[in-house]
Design a binder for this molecule. Structure first.
Ligand code: GLU
Length: 510
């Protein structure tokens, strides 16, 4: 078989040089787990920090694992997290296509090129023969039977249409590869199998396709999970076989999680039901908080920034150094993420918080007369996630069952009996309000406190506490509420407030 070298030359001529180029290369499995998101983020940060290019490549050669819509999930996640790519399936670029199934003809030709270079060989062994080889030892390596075929034997098999795979010919000696995180690792080539590069259906194996693509796309830094560390020597041998420059490897340690049931620590995974990025968003976490938290799962800033926890994306781009990536596995901790999330929520401008909070408020408070814009500021600093909102505001929609004992309060020296007297006067004071505004409610209740303080010769601020307690209990039906009595009454509206105060008085008359 003769190869058309101009075809290879044309492809190689397209490879961009002279810039940092990184790629995120997910397989479309329909789920962007936290480890994947972190790989994408670090890959992005390395490119952006260096002013280089960030590329999205879809690795879909394993069609069995392919899930409908999976690419959409990947793109949605990247978009929401601010990981904009310069080249990719939908945006194109100088080394398109960016989807492996659209690059199939490349892999076959490059495998043939390796055969010609005597760095690979055709293997016609049947499945039965290979199974037999592994009968006694499932890890037995291929015995190189077909490596010894003569050209005549090969030609005859090809002419007879016998199916074959192409295997990499692993040379003797040792292979050392350098990883930016793990350092230099040397393996004895005798441990490596003559791996299949091209399957009998003409499709590449993952191990082959990623090397071809990384080279043809001019990738300078290959960032991936540490589960690929053991394959790196084989990749190096492929680069060497072609005579290509080896990229910088950046392997990232696993993201672990404590199993809710067993308590043991294991790798985060879909199989165990661990949350994906989109699950976290559904659980009420904000994208920037997730991104910030994930950035620190296995990377830490250095120098002056060593203690800093909160980073915007531009700050991350600025601070991100490969040398800050850790070799040790990191632990995903939902409590820590909650802390990041609540800090982000608190820091948001109220105008930005309202549209996020409103759908959650409306899950519980459906009456349009109860103004979400008044409720939102009361809860913004009190929640860990948006999903905390419905429970926290449910009392606006429906007065909870509560016990009369809530009207007793030590600090304010209140018994239910004393509260009853105050609540009766409060009912009169609020019934007299014409225009139901915050100020009007405030002034009515404050006025009452002033009157009572004067009559009893007590301090005004003490009396304010005393006056606010019974009406807040009556209006909310609980002791701990977002917002004080005046805000709660304002949101409930006059009619509902009066109804609740009357109910409270009935309870107290009990
Ligand atoms: N397609 C591989 C995965 O999703 C990526 C490996 C790599 O980045 O090289 O695990």
């Amino acid at each position: 078989m003769s190869l058309d070298y101009t075809w290879f030359d044309a492809l190689e001529a397209k490879i961009p040089h002279g810039e940092v180029r990184t790629r995120f290369a997910p397989s479309p499995t329909g789920y962007m787990h936290v480890g994947n998101l972190r790989t994408a983020l670090y890959t992005y940060l390395i490119a952006r920090h260096a002013g280089g290019k960030f590329i999205l490549r879809i690795e879909d050669t394993d069609q069995k694992r392919k899930v409908e819509d999976a690419v959409a999930v990947i793109k949605r996640t990247m978009d929401a997290c601010g990981l904009d790519y310069d080249e990719g399936p939908d945006v194109g670029g100088p080394v398109a296509p960016y989807v492996q199934t659209e690059r199939q003809s490349y892999y076959k030709k490059y495998a043939e090129l390796l055969v010609e270079k005597k760095q690979a060989y055709r293997c016609f062994c049947s499945e039965e023969r290979l199974a037999k080889l592994r009968e006694n030892d499932p890890n037995a390596k291929y015995d190189r039977c077909c490596c010894h075929l003569t050209q005549e034997e090969i030609d005859a098999k090809l002419a007879a249409g016998e199916p074959y795979v192409i295997r990499q010919l692993i040379p003797e000696g040792t292979t050392t590869f350098s990883d930016a995180v793990y350092g230099d690792i040397t393996v004895d080539n005798a441990e490596l199998e003559d791996q299949v590069l091209l399957k009998s259906d003409g499709l590449p194996t993952y191990n082959f396709a990623n090397v071809i693509d990384d080279h043809l796309m001019g990738i300078t830094h290959v960032v991936r999970g540490s589960e690929y560390l053991s394959s790196a020597p084989k990749y190096n041998l492929l680069y060497e076989a072609f005579g290509w420059e080896i990229p910088t490897y950046v392997h990232c340690a696993s993201v672990m999680i404590a199993d809710g049931e067993t308590g043991s620590v294991r790798k985060m995974s879909k199989r165990h039901g661990d949350p994906s990025y989109e699950d976290l968003v559904k659980m009420g976490y904000l994208s920037p908080a997730v991104v910030n938290y994930v950035a620190l799962l296995g990377w830490s800033p250095k120098g002056e920034l060593a203690e800093q926890e909160f980073f915007t994306m531009p700050e991350l781009i600025d601070a991100f150094e490969i040398s800050g990536i850790s070799k040790s596995p990191s632990a995903f901790d939902l409590e820590k993420l909650k802390y990041f999330n609540s800090t982000y929520l608190k820091a948001m401008a109220p105008e930005a918080f309202l549209p996020l909070a409103e759908p959650y408020i409306r899950m519980a408070v459906t009456d349009p007369d109860m103004d979400a814009a008044l409720i939102a500021p009361l809860i913004q600093t009190r929640i860990d996630t948006l999903a905390d909102i419905p429970d926290m505001v449910a009392f606006f929609a429906c007065l909870p069952e509560y016990d009369v004992s809530l009207y007793a309060n030590k600090k304010n020296k209140l018994t239910p009996e004393l509260s009853r007297g105050i609540l009766e006067r409060e009912l009169d004071a609020i019934t007299a309000i014409q225009d139901w505004t915050y100020d009007a409610i405030h002034d009515a209740l404050y006025g009452l406190a002033e009157e009572m303080a004067a009559a009893e010769g007590a301090k005004l601020n003490k009396m304010v506490g005393k006056v606010m307690w019974p009406i807040r209990i009556a209006a909310a039906g609980k002791t701990v509420t977002p917002g004080g009595a005046v805000e709660i009454c304002q949101i409930l509206g006059k009619e509902e407030t009066i109804r609740r105060v009357r109910l409270g008085l009935e309870k107290l008359a009990g």
